[in-house]
Write a protein that binds this ligand. Structure first.
Ligand code: SOE
Length: 368
């Protein structure tokens, strides 16, 4: 089976997914074959040069001219272009892999999840951190009951790329384009990991701040910042565990501190993306934490890469998620995280925002 793939978007995420597709035949020979058929972007000259670099045959400047010609649409554009092209593709049973957060708004996410439900195609959200070998190993240990009954999840994703007021304005600072700031961008990853590892959330209490209210655009102008720079939230899980979430893009000195800690009645684990080949684990038989180097053949996905003992990197998460997503299409199976998981994360983002503005805990219990 050869799948014709179209990408909407060609910058950071376009590069990450194109790299993943190029690695698949070398390292995951069982993955279905992919033909990078069309790349979509607004500016013809830029999209053409990206197509040459990323290995696409054809370019289009309007997504409507491309979505129906492919088997799979990768929606890698800014959040505000997630909804319409995705819904149109799903209506035509074109499979969709969409970057996170699912949509800029909860309504948009609901529309996308409904389109996925009504479609015969597979719809996945690219929450790539689920596909870190260390996180997959932690999930294996959790599911095997090694940590007992889970009491606490702590997740933080601190970045400092906008710590300086002179750091450039991007679409991520604009509510109309992004929907939300740190909470929807890095917070969505933490929320998805919390759901993946511990379960659904029951209620949240959120706090958002914008510290820098305008930023330079690069052409001598300044634009207002209409999204949050930082968020934090307390959470209660349906299974009784408690959660603490934090995220920032203005945490001075932080680069990519994506950290997860889980503690249960028998043990727990610590993970940090800054040391992504390691998992620190404590169980009933350890005194404190043991450091596991997640580089063995029997660790998740590691047998596909190098001989035992060799580390891998951030970009490999995209290879793993693409392998699973494309294999689900070829096998007629399911893919997780699906659009339902994307919608669930969006409900939490929305609840954190409402909790902040209403100065109260917000329930996530469904009333239907
Ligand atoms: C910017 O904060 C960003 O690129 C996020 O959008 C990604 O999802 C994250 O993985 C890295 O940082």
């Amino acid at each position: 089976m050869t799948l014709d793939v179209g990408f909407l978007g060609y910058s950071f995420m376009g590069k990450a997914h194109a790299n993943a597709l190029a690695r698949l035949p070398m390292f995951f020979p069982d993955a279905p074959e992919v033909n990078r058929s069309v790349l979509v972007g607004r500016t013809e000259s830029a999209v053409r040069s990206a197509a040459d670099r990323l290995g696409f045959d054809r370019v289009e400047t309007d997504w409507a001219d491309a979505v129906d010609d492919v088997d799979v649409l990768y929606n890698l554009g800014p959040n505000h272009v997630h909804v319409d092209p995705t819904v149109r593709a799903l209506e035509n049973d074109v499979h969709v892999f969409c970057e996170k957060p699912l949509a800029p708004t909860l309504d948009g996410a609901r529309e996308m999840a409904a389109a996925a439900e009504a479609s015969d195609a597979i719809a996945g959200v690219a929450f790539n951190y689920r596909y870190l070998p260390a996180i997959q190993l932690a999930k294996r240990l959790l599911d095997a009951g090694e940590f007992g009954r889970i009491r606490r999840f702590h997740g933080q994703y601190l970045q400092g790329w906008q710590a300086d007021p002179d750091d450039e304005w991007t679409w991520r600072n604009d509510e109309a384009s992004a929907g939300s700031g740190a909470v929807g961008d890095v917070g969505a990853h933490t929320i998805d990991l919390a759901r993946f590892l511990v379960g659904d959330l029951e209620r949240v209490s959120g706090h958002l701040e914008t510290f820098i209210h305008e930023r330079p655009t690069g052409d001598g102008e300044r634009e207002p910042v209409t999204t949050d720079d930082e968020y934090s939230a307390l959470a209660a899980f349906e299974n009784g565990a408690m959660g603490v979430f934090e995220g920032s893009r203005v945490a001075t000195g932080r680069k990519g501190d994506n950290t997860v800690e889980v503690y249960g009645s028998k043990g727990g684990f610590k993970f940090s993306m800054e040391r992504l080949n390691e998992l620190e684990v404590t169980t009933e038989t350890t005194d404190g934490f043991d450091r596991i180097l997640v580089t063995e053949d029997d660790h998740p996905y590691m047998d596909a890469w190098w001989p035992t003992g060799h580390i891998i990197g951030w970009e490999h998460t995209f290879v793993h998620e693409n392998f699973e997503f494309l294999s689900a299409i070829a096998d007629g199976g399911c893919y997780e995280p699906s659009f339902d998981a994307g919608l669930a994360a969006q409900r939490v983002v929305d609840a954190i925002e409402r909790s902040h503005s209403q100065e109260t805990w917000v329930s996530l219990r469904r009333r239907e």
